[in-house]
Design a protein around this ligand. Structure first.
Ligand code: GTP
Length: 170
């Protein structure tokens, strides 16, 4: 039969960048304009059927508020993939995303797949981080890169398909 893969995935990034919204869009097809801030972390699962395999994602959605920072290693330890999320309308969140990448490079496992996720792509008029800036940082650091909108669903399924396919091929 078909190959079955289980993958632990963690979302990291500044508060309010849309981590929970991306997961809810992917898992439930829902989006809320007033999404509550995550406390600690939240756990979701989703199964993705690809041509050559079925991927079961165990998804840890961490809280972006600084006071929860010390909990993060519990969630990224043993993860197969990390999604580092920033908000294209916030340069601060991009700076914070780079800090997460550095932390993962220092302490994460060497086989961890990292993806830089530029969320809120629908907020084009408020954009502070150029697409090329995110892309260049990703390329220089060996990260996958994608621009998404949890609000419009732009590239959200594509994001998880890309991660899923990465595991199928490796
Ligand atoms: P913490 O749990 O505090 O770390 O936040 P988070 O990163 O999980 O962000 P959350 O999903 O709670 O979203 C924060 C706010 O941004 C909410 O009001 C969402 O509705 C909004 N939001 C999330 N994604 C998008 C998006 O793609 N576009 C727009 N315009 N708003 C978004």
């Amino acid at each position: 039969g078909n190959k079955s893969i289980q993958a632990k995935l963690v979302l990291l990034g500044d508060m309010g960048t849309g981590k929970t919204s991306l997961v809810l869009r992917f898992v439930k097809g829902q989006f809320f304009d007033f999404q509550e801030s995550t406390i600690g972390a939240a756990f979701f699962t989703q199964i993705l059927s690809l041509n050559e395999a079925t991927v079961k994602f165990d998804i840890w959605d961490t809280a972006g508020q600084e006071r929860y920072h010390s909990l993060a290693p519990m969630y990224y330890r043993g993860a197969a993939a990390a999604l580092v999320v920033y908000d294209i309308s916030s340069m601060d969140s991009f700076v914070r995303a780079k800090k997460w990448v550095q932390e993962l490079q220092r302490q994460g496992n060497p086989t961890l797949v990292m993806m830089l996720v530029a969320n809120k792509a629908d907020l084009e008029t408020k954009r502070e981080v150029a697409t090329e800036e995110g892309e260049r940082y990703a390329q220089e650091n060996g990260l996958l890169f994608i621009e998404t909108s949890a609000k419009t669903a732009q590239n959200v399924n594509e994001l998880f398909y890309e991660i899923g396919n990465f595991f199928v091929r490796s």
